[in-house]
Ligand binder design. Structure first.
Ligand SMILES: NC(=O)c1ccc[n+]([C@@H]2O[C@H](COP(=O)([O-])OP(=O)(O)OC[C@H]3O[C@@H](n4cnc5c(N)ncnc54)[C@H](O)[C@@H]3O)[C@@H](O)[C@H]2O)c1
Ligand SMILES: CC(C)[C@@H](O)CC[C@@H](C)[C@H]1CC[C@H]2[C@@H]3[C@H](O)C=C4C[C@@H](O)CC[C@]4(C)[C@H]3CC[C@]12C
Length: 369
């Protein structure tokens, strides 16, 4: 990274900077990274909100580009000191083909790595996922596990497969010599289910509840714990890792860190109700209203319909065999590795994270009280 004379003048690149997490990373960098001279935001789809960021002291450069295009990535990385790579296809609903998911999540990540090597960029932070670990295809629970907990990470779905492969590429690239002869320092962050302002799935559940007269119907037992983490804390961890990588390269380089905070362990649906309940929705049923075998049948029917309708239209409901399996498998983390390695503490308390998310849902048109 830059020498002391220029230490206040760093260039950061955030890929996927207009996404749900990416936007929070961009805003967090502008608020909490005083060394920034230029912040480059690379995304397939640039958001109109970027314009408001261009009035501050930091040069904000919006770059419309595709991580699958190596030359576009190389141009965006050239001259950057730090790359935070969040761009990816987060698709477990069958919207994109397995080939496209692989091309974006794996080849796109390889393009970012090679661009760092060619440009002499030394620091790369990759947004991985809990799904690199599990739930696995056998439905084994991962109960309050950490980065060292043994677990049979076997996947078949294109999304977790792509995240696992991309993470491996990033970690294996740690230590490669970049242009100029210095070592590339990489690390991967593994958020569990992220929630907060801008979470599209939360928005989908809210609108589904409105369509059903203010009700959602329980499909998953309350006993199935899911780890969730507030988007602001995930963004903060990215900023902190990017800042500490240089000083702690020997300790942090090539490492993975789960993203965590004080969000409570609950079933996916019960956790969502922490925000949707105060916005007027009700979760019907203290236990699943339908037997599991019927849910399995309905999920399979959705998958069949998606396949049959694909030539005509995209049918991608929330319920499919993969989402049903994930929803019904306990996956929670309990770790302090990020705190031990680089002093991470959540920036937002559970209460604050909950309040911010509720306010965001309430701001959506038609919140029912
Ligand atoms: N949302 C979660 O719960 C969660 C949990 C763990 C990890 N993650 C990871 O966090 C990252 C961001 O996820 P998100 O939830 O913000 O998703 P998102 O879809 O909101 O954001 C992804 C961004 O990447 C961009 N993008 C997609 N394909 C691109 C391409 N070919 N070139 C350039 N940009 C491209 C999209 O336009 C979008 O702005 C992903 O890597 C995802 O795997 C998400
Ligand atoms: C229809 C019901 C069965 C309903 O409960 C389904 C919920 C389902 C859509 C979600 C349950 C668990 C979610 C996943 C989890 O939070 C972690 C993820 C990792 C991240 O990298 C991408 C998103 C996701 C796969 C997330 C997707 C939605 C769920 C499957």
């Amino acid at each position: 990274m830059a020498d002391s004379a220029q230490a206040q003048k760093l260039v950061y690149l955030v890929t996927g900077g207009c996404g749900f997490l990416g936007e929070h990373v961009v805003r967090m960098l502008l608020q909490r990274e005083p060394r920034l001279r230029e912040l480059r935001i690379f995304d397939l789809h640039l958001g109109p909100w970027l314009e408001e960021l261009k009035t501050g002291p930091v040069q904000v450069t919006a770059i419309q580009g595709d991580v699958t295009q190596a030359h576009e990535v190389a141009a965006a990385v050239a001259g950057a000191h730090v790359v935070i790579h969040t761009a990816g296809l987060v698709d477990v609903f069958g919207r994109a083909s397995p080939e496209t998911i692989h091309e974006v999540n794996v080849q796109g990540t390889q393009n970012v790595i090679e661009a760092c090597v060619q440009a002499g960029t030394q620091f790369l932070v990759y947004t991985s996922s809990m799904e690199v670990v599990g739930p696995n295809i056998k439905g084994h629970p991962f109960y309050r596990g950490n980065e060292d907990t043994p677990y049979e990470a076997i996947h078949r779905h294109p999304y977790p497969c792509s995240k696992a492969l991309a993470e491996r590429l990033v970690l294996e690239a740690n230590g490669r010599k970049v242009r100029g002869g210095l070592p590339l320092v990489t690390c991967a962050l593994r958020p569990t289910g992220i929630y907060g302002e801008g979470h599209q799935i939360m928005r989908d559940f809210y609108h589904q509840g409105l369509r059903l007269g203010g009700r959602l119907f329980r499909a998953v037992p309350a006993s199935v714990e899911h780890g969730r983490v507030y988007v602001g804390n995930v963004a903060w961890m990215h900023v902190l890792v990017a800042r500490e990588l240089e000083q702690r390269a020997a300790l942090m380089g090539g490492q993975v860190y789960f993203c965590y905070d004080k969000s409570p362990y609950k079933s996916y649906e019960d956790f969502n109700m922490e925000f949707l309940g105060p916005c007027g929705l009700r979760l019907v049923g203290t236990r699943p209203l339908l037997p599991y075998w019927l849910l399995v049948f309905l999920a399979a029917l959705n998958a069949l319909l998606q396949w049959l309708l694909r030539p005509l239209l995209l049918y991608a409901p929330l319920l499919n065999p993969y989402t049903l399996a994930v929803a019904n498998t306990t996956f929670t983390v309990s770790t302090n590795k990020a705190q031990r390695h680089f002093g991470y503490e959540p920036l937002f308390s559970w209460e604050d994270s909950r309040t911010r998310t509720i306010r965001w849902v309430q701001a959506m048109e038609g919140s029912v009280q």
